[in-house]
Design a protein around this ligand. Structure first.
Ligand SMILES: Cc1cc2nc3c(=O)[nH]c(=O)nc-3n(C[C@H](O)[C@H](O)[C@H](O)COP(=O)(O)O)c2cc1C
Length: 230
């Protein structure tokens, strides 16, 4: 796979095989992060990976906290209000997932259809708290004193991680909700207080059969985002 092929064929994976990922592979994947550019070579990247028994314990605590109604407490503020264009993109993506993954019309007024939709949403929220049952989750962290520009570098590092994983036959899903109970992560992974935990990147072998992996998020055509001026 060349780089362009990797970029164009990568998609988020939300269902994984029950198959562990070796420490060697996880290390190779994370080693791609510091190959990204960073502001004046400041290299803000720090990663913790949960797998095996530790991930099992984190998963149990996440589900318990979520089902008991504990409020999400991500280190970075979440659920921002999006401007119209991005808000509509988000809504359209949600509608597409309903149709492609679950064969549901989200606007249906049929009570049976609505009940099915509610059940799916509930199931997906729990699966999200279970890190989609991935065998490993990478938690990108950065020093709390770093400014917003470091987030740019962290994002570049995350992209490298996802492309390296793709090349190595693994799938990933980046998700902010995976950082929603940071106190659990700090305790289980010994993450020091001076680091912000940005989110989680779940990694594993893609379950090709699952409907959760059927959806392919749309790509904005380049002519809608590009202006070249001569
Ligand atoms: C910062 C960030 C946070 C995300 N959070 C979530 C999340 O909480 N739950 C989820 O299912 N996907 C999450 N995603 C994945 C996006 O939904 C996904 O990348 C987007 O729909 C495009 O699909 P693709 O990754 O297949 O290209 C997140 C992605 C990013 C970059």
């Amino acid at each position: 796979m060349n780089v362009i092929e990797a970029i164009e064929s990568r998609h988020s994976v939300r269902a994984f095989l029950d198959k562990p990922v070796s420490d060697e592979l996880l290390t190779r994947v994370v080693a791609a992060a510091p190959c990204a550019p960073s502001w004046a070579c400041t290299r803000p990247w720090i990663y913790y990976v949960a797998t095996g028994d530790v991930l099992k314990r984190i998963r149990e605590q996440y589900v318990e906290l979520y089902t008991s109604g504990a409020p999400r407490a991500n280190d970075l503020p979440t659920e921002p209000k999006w401007p119209e264009r991005e808000n509509e993109n988000q809504l359209a993506w949600g509608r597409q997932r309903c149709r492609v993954q679950w064969n549901i019309d989200p606007n249906s007024t049929d009570p049976a259809e609505q009940a099915r939709f509610d059940a799916i949403k509930k199931h997906m929220r729990i699966m999200a708290m279970r890190f989609f049952d991935a065998p490993a989750v990478i938690f990108p962290c950065m020093d709390k004193r770093l400014h917003n520009w470091a987030l740019y570098d962290m994002g570049a590092g995350s992209m490298n991680i996802q492309l390296a994983a793709h090349e190595l036959g693994l799938g990933c899903i980046t998700a902010y909700h995976m950082g929603c109970y940071p106190e659990v992560l700090r305790r289980e992974l010994n993450i020091p207080e001076h680091l912000n935990i940005l989110l989680g990147i779940a990694v594993g072998y893609k379950d090709e059969e699952s409907c959760e992996n059927r959806d392919k998020a749309v790509r904005t055509p380049v002519d809608e985002i590009l202006t070249i001026v001569h």
